[in-house]
Design a binder for this molecule. Structure first.
Ligand code: SF4
Ligand code: SF4
Length: 104
């Protein structure tokens, strides 16, 4: 039987399973891989209205928000000097750290 080529970039690693709504976020990435949020749609030039977020980044065994980590990269800014301030505002707007808000 021929080998099945993995195309999801995980190399077959086990990633976190989505926890229940309201539980601490474990970085499973399910929410952002299912549908990009308003931050992405409003601030990433040309982002498609449907589908996974282009700013979803993998960091070890979890996924993180690239718009918090390095917003200038995704917004097309000429440098990264404002990443800390903008990323902090985005983290507040998204409610980062307040638990899983994905009800699906
Ligand atoms: S908010 Fe929920 S679905 Fe989204 S990454 Fe965190 S645990 Fe996963
Ligand atoms: S901008 Fe961040 S929180 Fe919003 S969908 Fe993309 S990765 Fe998720």
């Amino acid at each position: 039987m021929a080998a099945i080529v993995l195309i999801d970039g995980t190399n077959g690693e086990r990633l976190p399973v989505k926890p229940a709504y309201g539980s601490p976020c474990n970085g499973c990435g399910y929410c952002c891989a299912t549908q990009a949020c308003g931050v992405a749609l409003d601030h990433i030039p040309g982002h498609p209205a449907e589908g996974a977020c282009q700013a979803l980044e993998r960091d070890g065994e979890r996924f993180v928000c690239g718009m918090i980590r390095r917003p200038g990269h995704y917004m097309g800014l000429p440098n990264d000097w404002a990443d800390g301030a903008i990323g902090g505002m985005i983290a507040d707007a998204l409610g980062a750290g307040r638990g899983c808000d994905a009800e699906f």
